[in-house]
Design a protein around this ligand. Structure first.
Ligand SMILES: [Zn+2]
Length: 241
């Protein structure tokens, strides 16, 4: 019997490790989109080339021959400057878009600490197999962090609140859909501060630490879910925090 339990636990850990590794790889790909960095180089390359051509054109063309040439040169200088200005504006606009897009990826990833830093140190139960109160092995698909009642709980990522209610097991629980493949749940809260349907920003307070539902002490149960190929898997929040 004991051997069987050990075997099940070992297989679950391996399965979980594979999923976690895949999620980490996917996350890294999201966090470092090579295509966008390539676009930065291309944009800057075109921009620099335009500026260099403009400077060469203004400084090294044939000198003034007559009064008419003088006016033509001023007109031509203006045209070159306009091209330079347009090119600069396009480069800045393109870089701003890239920065905004990257910022959006960061704020919609569950990497924000759900509790204040001093409380984050008190992880009382990690992600993985553990013995429950009946002495049975269960797979804890979350991390439990203990903190004094009333401590603030924050949104780990921006998104839409899809659940904010009391549940027999979870107690007062909040689920946020990040709008990408991620969602997360924070449970056993004392107070719920947000409502279903509300948009939350990463770092915004969503509730307070409590001891509601199936819980033996003030703590927060934090879990991160990842949708992949039609399935939703729980991943270790410690990967992100
Ligand atoms: Zn838990």
């Amino acid at each position: 019997m004991k051997e069987l339990i050990n075997k099940i636990v070992a297989e679950t850990v391996i399965a979980d490790k594979v999923t976690s590794d895949k999620v980490v790889t996917d996350s890294l790909q999201v966090a470092h989109p090579k295509k966008e960095f390539f676009m930065i180089y291309v944009t800057f390359g075109i921009y620099l080339l335009t500026v260099v051509i403009m400077i060469l054109y203004v400084n090294f063309r044939p000198g003034i021959v007559s009064m008419g040439d003088d006016v033509r040169i001023i007109k031509s200088n203006q045209d070159s400057l306009k091209i330079g200005m347009t090119s600069t504006l396009l480069a800045v606009q393109s870089l701003t878009n890239i920065v905004n897009k990257q910022q959006d990826i960061i704020t919609h990833s569950p990497i924000g600490k759900p509790l204040d830093i001093q409380n984050m140190k008190n992880v009382v139960s990690k992600f993985g197999p553990r013995l429950n109160s009946k002495g049975e092995i269960e797979y804890h698909k979350a991390i439990d962090v203990s903190a004094p009642k009333g401590s603030p709980l924050y949104a780990m990522a921006s998104g839409i609140v899809i659940e904010s209610q009391y549940d027999d097991g979870w107690g007062n629980t909040v689920v946020v859909d990040c709008g990408n493949k991620y969602s997360y749940r924070i449970s056993h809260m004392d107070q719920l501060i947000v409502q279903k349907g509300q948009e939350v920003i990463q770092g915004e307070q969503v509730g307070t630490v409590g001891n509601t539902g199936h819980s033996n002490g003030n703590h927060a149960d934090i879990r991160v879910m990842y949708k992949s190929e039609g399935k939703t898997v729980n991943v270790d929040p410690a990967i992100f925090l």
